[in-house]
Design a protein around this ligand. Structure first.
Ligand code: UD1
Length: 369
């Protein structure tokens, strides 16, 4: 029986790993061992996803927590290496490490594994924003360089990997595993009471999320975005579950009260998976800087105005419902208007975003290991 160390750490990892863990149950020759680094530790950024997505309790929890990038990544590597070595000492070595996405836990696990000669598979390989200022871009580049099995969610990822010289026999286009989770839960989400609780009418509000360092760490940018959101709320009510780092910045820059008091703005704590999906799947429009949400809105066929200058997920723009609006208030306003007028573009769901990606991933993992 082959043993796979499956690494999760931060919120966007949980919905990607859940279907992979479930798909292992169809096979008798592979055992997933779940390791939670504890990069995210708040209940509503972590535990709630385990409950709602039926993720088994982690075999190992490392409790690494927050810090600067260097501190956090360093602690992650130290703790993950100990875990991999301990398994080896118990005569239960890992045959492969499986990492998802682009967070610090992803790159740390890849680095700890290859130094111990454990092969690494990267789910969501090949995505590139070509913006090296993003911490996630560094994580993607390094993780792909270290991985010998590159499991890709969209065609652009295959092109990027080839261009970087990765051989074809390492690359597999398997589709988007996060959409497996979305398709599995979207009906259950619609039964939640959150719309009624917030007195929202289906199809008549916007969902906003914002947490990228490039948008929230600079006071001038965050002030401009806050003003845009207050302006948007004059046309359509907005619901904004606030990421802890964003709340902290809003407070520090003296913008929180302004946003809280604005007409048509509802600020919430970060939500669990089902409540959030209930909100997004019934919204008129999504305004976000999240990578995952660009993909989810494309799968849901809901317009997505992406507050970034670039995206590592170009298919969400070329085929899907997303438009890059940067931090430009005018752009946002004009696209919002076209959503409200009903003239905004329609999208289509990319190939292999069909709810079956996890099955393909696990078959590739077993074949390659
Ligand atoms: C991380 C990922 C980002 C992902 C995001 C989703 C990296 C480099 N970034 O960013 O790609 O889109 O997760 O949420 O890995 N905090 C809490 N509670 C927690 C965790 C964090 O309050 O459970 C606060 C702390 O103040 C912390 C800050 O959020 O310093 C940032 O957390 P961190 O894990 O460094 O990165 P995220 O911004 O969450």
């Amino acid at each position: 029986m082959k043993r796979f160390a499956c690494i999760v750490g931060a919120r966007p990892n949980f919905m990607k790993m859940a279907p992979i863990l479930h798909a292992f149950a169809e096979h008798t020759d592979g055992q997933p061992v779940l390791i939670h680094t504890g990069q995210h530790y708040d209940r509503n950024l972590s535990d709630v996803f385990f409950d709602e997505l039926d993720i088994p309790r982690p075999h190992v929890s490392l409790g690494v927590g927050s810090g600067t990038h260097g501190e956090q990544t360093g602690r992650l590597i130290i703790e993950l290496e100990k875990t991999f070595l301990a398994a080896r000492e118990r005569q239960e070595p890992f045959d492969r490490v499986v990492v998802v996405g682009d967070v610090n836990s992803t790159v740390a696990a890849a680095l700890a594994a290859v130094k111990l000669q454990i092969p690494v598979a990267h789910v969501e390989a090949g995505l590139r924003s070509f913006d090296r200022r993003m911490p996630e871009e560094a994580n993607r580049l390094v993780t792909d360089t270290l991985s010998d099995l590159l499991l890709v969610s969209e065609e652009s990822g295959v092109d990027n990997l080839r261009r970087e010289g990765h051989p074809d026999d390492r690359i597999r286009l398997v589709g988007n595993v996060m959409i497996d989770t979305l398709r599995r839960h979207v009906r259950r989400a619609a039964e939640r009471s959150i719309l009624a609780d917030l007195r929202l009418e289906s199809g008549c509000y916007a969902v906003v999320t914002l947490h990228r360092p490039s948008n929230v760490d600079d006071p001038a940018v965050l002030r401009a975005l806050t003003e845009v959101l207050i302006d948007v709320a004059r046309s359509v009510p907005i619901v904004f579950p606030v990421h802890p780092r964003t709340r902290e910045r809003l407070k520090t820059f003296g913008l929180l009260a302004e946003l809280e008091d604005a007409a048509g703005v509802v600020l919430l704590e970060p939500l669990g998976y089902l409540d959030f999906l209930a909100l997004t799947s019934q919204s008129k429009v999504i305004v976000t800087d999240s990578g995952g949400l660009q993909e989810e809105s494309t799968a849901l066929e809901i317009p997505c105005l992406t507050m970034r200058e670039n995206t590592e997920r170009p298919v969400t723009v070329t085929e899907g419902t997303s438009t890059l609006v940067g931090t430009d208030a005018e752009q946002l306003r004009s696209h919002l208007q076209s959503v409200l007028d009903g003239t905004y573009k329609r999208g289509r769901c990319p190939d292999l975003w069909d709810g079956q990606a996890a099955g393909r991933i696990v078959r590739e993992l077993l074949a390659a290991t």
